[in-house]
Ligand binder design. Structure first.
Ligand code: UDP
Ligand code: MG
Length: 168
């Protein structure tokens, strides 16, 4: 069985502008993963830059920051969500689809709803953590521990304690 994981999802301003947040939430709900944290929140420049720090040298960085802050769509919030479950990171990444909507599987969220605008902006609807290190860093960036229904370390502790119980 896949490892118990937590993953961060952001529903980006382009999705909110187009009234797609509900459709994205429905698809995420149908994964069967457990939602343990959710909020709408403004994104200031410092938060956006911290979130995408790995990409700060890329040519599209400035535009990406403006997009996440809602400046390109006149939107003043994103949805931030934390899902937990076995293999949660890969499950959500598969549902999310390839970064470029033109290359994303049409059954994925980005394939169904994402687009590249004629201005060259990649509007790909949502962010999803890509590995356990990234998800741990991102969840800590967007949520205080008390904003989550469970402590982040709980899934592993639960798995370890049931393994111990099984050995006893
Ligand atoms: N991005 C972009 N142009 C690119 C590559 C990435 O605008 O050529 C943006 C896009 O919004 C993407 C984000 O930068 O979602 C983060 O890039 P990453 O490579 O981490 O892709 P993701 O993990 O979102 O699929
Ligand atoms: Mg990424």
């Amino acid at each position: 069985m896949a490892a118990e994981e937590a993953t961060l999802v952001l529903i980006k301003p382009d999705a909110i502008k187009r009234g797609l947040a509900g459709a994205v939430l429905t698809r995420l709900e149908h994964t069967g993963l457990r939602l343990v944290g959710a909020k709408i929140t403004r994104v200031n420049r410092a938060l956006a830059e911290a979130h995408y720090q790995r990409l700060r040298d890329r040519p599209f960085f400035e535009e990406l920051i403006q997009l996440l802050c809602g400046e390109l769509h006149d939107i003043d919030y994103v949805w931030a969500l934390v899902y937990v479950g076995p293999g949660a990171i890969d499950t959500v990444r598969t549902l999310t689809g390839a970064t470029n909507p033109d290359h994303a599987d049409p059954r994925s969220i980005r394939g169904a709803f994402g687009r590249n605008t004629t201005n060259g902006v990649m509007e790909n609807i949502l962010h999803a953590s890509s590995d356990p290190q990234e998800s741990a860093r991102e969840i800590a960036l967007w949520f205080r521990p008390e904003e989550l229904l469970i402590p982040l370390s709980a899934p592993r502790k639960r798995a370890e304690s049931s393994a111990r119980a099984g050995r006893a």
